[in-house]
Design a protein around this ligand. Structure first.
Ligand code: FAD
Ligand code: FES
Ligand code: FES
Length: 477
């Protein structure tokens, strides 16, 4: 059975909608239709955080509060969730995070303030005890041009002193009940030539996909929505993968970490920390908390951008990709990228699962080089996977992002290093092979000369960190 409307809770009201264009963003819906103009538009591209609101999802019978960028979330992806906007925080008095902002002088012109307040509210509802580090992590997706960050950080540190429970705590039973009552049937919104399909399970997703044409998948929407907000494109037909529990999981089987393609990155970090700490720490520089709360590895692979940060890592690990169409097939990441943003995915096929081998004897390290430390796209990204025995390089896999039209393995460099002693002299000799492997371009992120130099220098950093057994950090150089 298919429904033709979505249902969600807008603040405290069960809301049903079906009469909006399928490309409508949550931000435009709030501001233009609901006149909830506390949520601001700064950049419309997920960079400034002025539009931050909170999405609440029911997971394992618990409410999960996530900050998100409403400017790049599509309205119909709210189905089955609660959306909390800044207008709903206060009742007869300000919410603790708001009162703390006022008392600690966290606002001047106020344009960024609702976004900061909502990110702080996200921390508050997740009971995060504020430290300098985690405040930076949670607020990295919010920009302020006039207050300066010290007083905002101070307000965040002090927010719990204004009360540890809020009205949302006492409302949780009621909200849980309403979210449970929203039927988990498939939804198909069909307006003129626009379609938005929300499958409730994998079987329905496969059936719908194989008989459809000219559509795009959307998961977190953090890449796809920019086509609408920045390139002014209309995407007529969309299939939303973010509501299907069958694509949202992480488990371990037969020494593989299996990740459902629509699993948000923030859910992966705790698991990755255990097996590949450098992969996990890379994610702290992947967009912002708002981005990581919804963005997926499936979407990173789907975009196949030469600067997608997970892609060089998946290449060196030679992760398997489970592709689902009418039939299922499994390919290695090494066979996935064909040319600029072209992959071996066929139409009517989607990425179902990413299978990452758990290699206990190998060393994985990755480095992201970008102009800004936080919330920035890589100029150069590199992943190294080393199998070392008694200082002999049994195998080394090296893959770069930002150095070619696709994320690419440094095959000549690898070949030179194989079976050599792991010493600085050999690694320095390998630098010239990087020149043979890559002919990078100049663009707005970096010049080709810079890319060449940094990609050669990174091998020395890798050597020093392996030799000194330095636990992984992914600081920019
Ligand atoms: C502010 C900002 C910061 C960012 N920072 C980074 C960063 O640091 N590093 C980085 O790598 N990227 C970054 N990105 C890009 C983006 O967030 C990532 O590529 C993200 O992983 C995309 O996932 P998604 O689920 O949001 O993809 P979506 O936008 O939903 O989809 C992206 C593409 O993949 C396709 N797709 C999605 N899921 C599937 C699937 N299962 N099967 C087949 N096709 C699929 C879609 O059709 C679409 O073409 C940033 C984006 C923004 C807006
Ligand atoms: S308006 Fe800037 S992040 Fe949404
Ligand atoms: S208070 Fe003006 S931009 Fe932050």
């Amino acid at each position: 059975m298919i429904k033709n409307e979505i249902q969600f809770i807008l603040n405290d009201r069960l809301t049903k909608v079906n009469n909006f264009d399928t490309n409508t963003t949550v931000l435009n819906y709030l501001r233009e239709s609901k006149k909830l103009i506390g949520t601001k538009e700064g950049c419309a591209s997920g960079d400034c955080g002025a539009c931050t609101s909170i999405v609440v999802e029911l997971e394992d019978n618990k409410l999960n509060y996530k900050s998100i960028n409403t400017c790049i979330m599509l309205l119909y992806s709210l189905h089955g969730k609660q959306l909390i906007t800044v207008e709903h925080l206060a009742n007869d008095k300000l919410h603790p995070v708001q009162q703390s902002m006022v008392d600690n002088h966290g606002s001047q012109c106020g344009f960024c303030t609702p976004g900061f307040v909502m990110s702080m509210f996200g921390m508050y509802k997740n009971k995060i005890q504020p430290t300098n580090n985690n405040i930076d992590e949670y607020l990295a997706g919010n920009l302020c041009r006039c207050t300066g960050y010290n007083s905002i950080k101070k307000a965040t540190k002090k927010m719990y002193s204004y009360g540890k429970k809020d009205k949302f705590t006492s409302d949780e039973k009621k909200i849980t009940k309403i979210l449970k009552s929203i039927q988990k049937k498939d939804v198909l919104i069909s307006n003129e030539s626009n379609k938005f399909y929300i499958p409730s399970n994998l079987k329905n997703l496969i059936n719908y996909t194989i008989k459809s044409s000219n559509f795009e998948f959307v998961s977190g929407g953090t890449d796809l929505a920019l086509e609408i907000t920045k390139k002014n494109k209309t995407i007529n037909s969309l299939i939303y993968l973010g509501n299907s529990k069958d694509l949202n999981y992480v488990n371990i089987k037969n020494n593989y970490l299996n990740i459902g393609s629509s699993t948000p990155i923030n859910k992966l970090i705790p698991v990755l920390k255990k097996y590949y700490p450098s992969f996990a720490s890379m994610f702290y520089r992947y967009g912002s908390t708002q981005i990581r709360n919804v963005a997926t590895i499936g979407g990173n692979l789907g975009s196949a951008s030469p600067i997608g940060d997970t892609l060089p890592i998946l290449l060196v690990l030679n992760a398997k990709l489970v592709l689902q169409g009418k039939k299922q097939r499994i390919i290695n990441t090494n066979n996935y990228f064909k040319s600029y943003r072209k992959t071996s995915l066929q139409s009517n096929e989607f990425i179902k699962e990413i299978q990452i081998p758990i290699l206990k004897k190998h060393i994985l390290k990755c480095y992201k080089i970008s102009k800004r430390h936080d919330d920035d796209i890589s100029s150069v990204f590199v992943a190294y996977l080393l199998n070392l025995q008694k200082n002999l390089i049994i195998d080394i896999q090296i893959a770069f992002g930002g150095m070619a039209a696709i994320p690419k393995v440094a095959s000549k460099t690898q070949k030179f290093l194989k079976d050599k002693e792991f010493n600085l002299s050999n690694l320095n000799k390998s630098r010239k092979f990087i020149e043979d492997d890559f002919k990078p371009l100049t663009d707005m992120r970096a010049s080709k000369q810079y890319r060449k130099l940094v990609s050669k220098n990174l091998i020395e950093r890798f050597f020093i960190e392996v030799k000194t057994n330095k636990s992984h950090t992914i600081e920019s150089i």
